[in-house]
Design a protein around this ligand. Structure first.
Ligand code: BJW
Ligand code: ZN
Length: 244
């Protein structure tokens, strides 16, 4: 059997777990054709994070930052959720206590039907006013560059958490609750290098959860988790749902 006894062990853990929490990163959407950040074809190979994904970059050149986000919106608009996104919806459907924490801004978990989730780095399909703070859905592709607020006419920004910006307090509280409470944490397709999410696996471990990582490659987290399954998220996650 592919992935051997580890897979059946994890299935057993999931079957007996009362609460399941999942943390996802760019790797789960890689299977849908959305570029990751740090891989061989990753976005940060071509673009410098500090030129684009920081509040300073936006202050310096909002048009440049919006052009990059518009390009990513155009790309993501052509992509669909894959079997891994679908498997997480099914896991949510089967469980009373389930929570999905995603670092992804592409909205593919929502598109797949996940509802019990926190998008801790925001969502590329939402905009926020730099003056009045209103947050709105915006699916325009292309988006007007730069876009302005319909309420107060100030510049709009992507509703995304950039480097050096704090995550939303409500999201952090929810993450803390579901990491402390879970019996199993699945960490899927993340390089585990961006904080605070990079610290989530150890919070769950310290609280006594069984932590399993699913990733194409080993990561800095591999040594601290209870199990590392190496492979594509879209191949492994559906296997977890098969009958034991
Ligand atoms: C597959 C696969 C397949 C591929 N199947 N797997 C030093 C300097 C400056 C800052 C810091 C610093 N030290 C610490 C910081 C803080 C900083 C940070 O952590 N930086 C590190 C890089 C060092 N963090 C922050 O700034 C955060 N805020 C914060 O800490 O606030 C504190 C504060 C408190 C009070 C007041 C003020 C501040 C915010 C971080 C926000 C990060 N946002 C980004 C960019 C969003 C922009 C956008 O998307 O447009 O979010 S960074 C980028 O990385 C993006 C991702 O969500 C995030 C995580 O990346 P992820 O998902 O792990 O992707 P990859 O590409 O790294 O990995 C993909 C993985 O998938 C790989 O492992 C592959 O092997 C795998 N894979 N195919 C399975 N098919
Ligand atoms: Zn406004």
């Amino acid at each position: 059997m592919a992935y051997g006894s580890d897979l059946s062990f994890l299935k057993e853990k999931l079957a007996t777990a009362e609460a399941v929490t999942v943390l996802t990163g760019a790797g789960i959407s890689a299977d849908s054709g959305v570029p990751t950040f740090r891989g061989t074809d990753g976005l940060w190979r071509t673009y410098r994070a500090e030129d684009l994904a920081t509040p300073e970059a936006f202050e310096r050149d909002p048009r440049l930052v919006w052009e990059w986000y518009n390009w990513r919106r155009e790309l993501i608009a052509t992509k669909q959720p894959n079997a891994a996104h679908a498997a997480l919806c099914e896991l949510e459907r089967r469980r009373q206590l389930f929570w999905l924490i995603t670092q992804n801004v592409d909205g593919l978990h929502r598109a797949a039907g996940s509802r019990q989730l926190s998008e801790i780095h925001g969502n590329i399909w939402m905009v926020r006013c730099t003056r009045c703070g209103v947050v709105e859905d915006n699916h325009d592709v292309p988006i007007a560059i730069p876009p302005f607020c319909h309420h107060c006419n100030a510049l709009l920004r992507p509703h995304i958490v950039w480097f050096g910006e704090p995550l939303c307090t409500g999201d952090l509280e929810q993450c803390s609750t579901v990491l402390q409470r879970c019996d199993v944490l699945l960490v899927i397709g993340t390089s585990g290098t961006v904080y605070p999410a990079a610290g989530f696996a150890s919070i769950a471990t310290n609280a006594g959860a069984f932590v399993a990582e699913i990733n194409l490659d080993p990561t800095p987290q591999s040594a601290l988790v209870d199990m590392s399954l190496q492979g594509r998220a879209k191949d492994i996650l559906p296997l977890l749902l098969e009958p034991r």
